[in-house]
Design a protein around this ligand. Sequence first.
Ligand code: SAH
Length: 259
Amino acid sequence: MSPGRVTLVGAGPGDPDLLTIKAARAIAQASLLLVDDLVGDAIVALASPGARIVYVGKRGGCRSTPQAFIEKLMLTAARDGETVVRLKGGDPFIFGRGGEEVEHLRAAGIEVDVVNGITAGLAGATAIGVPLTHRDHAQGVVFITGHAKRGGTPTDWRALAATARDAHLTLVIYMGVAGVQQLQDGLLTGLPAHTAVAVVQNASLPDQRSCVTELGQLSATMAREQIASPAILVVGEVARSAALAQSMREQAAAMSVSA
Ligand code: SAH
């Protein structure tokens, strides 16, 4: 039997309308889908009725399925000739362990394709009207994790703050909710306390929430607003346009109430 193939598919930030056509096609053609936590039911529903669906995130059991087990499952299924889709939130190559999985499968001689998804940092910023680059405010953008691998190199917030300040970069922080106080303290060594920060939880989903604050107030604001994971943080001048977009929405809502 010819070996099957594995496709790592980015499911985007949650809204099924943000899937790519290529992703939707790959999902529909899969005989086995391994689904991560952050992938919603509306997206999984695009699978063919005969497909086998395995949830490998926390909702599949009490704890996430160990990575080694997922990799083994993909390998065995591909060797059995299955068309395997590994469905991941956002983009598979942005904090999705896609790189590790591709290396593992290729080392075992399995063909792997990767289909991009819209990463949460991009979708979250756009959802609140924030352009991540802007010729007047930000010459570039850094996607960075607030939660390094256990035992790995911790993020050097001090160096990052200095670079963001000197090179005019927007910082988009993933997985930053739990360690927000630490990242706030670190960034304040190089960025002013009044630096704008926008926070978006559940970007693109019906229960999306967001707030705009300043770096010096970040962890206090997030605690007060009860922001929980999954959320992204956008740090930099461009985040101010979220406040502007918000006040315009509020004005429009007030006008429609009074009309
Ligand atoms: N591969 C994913 C990221 C996985 S890491 C991607 O490209 O988007 C998980 C982190 O992504 C979460 O802790 C959160 O920071 C972010 N995230 C994922 N989905 C999100 C969403 N809908 N809204 C806000 N942040 C989200």
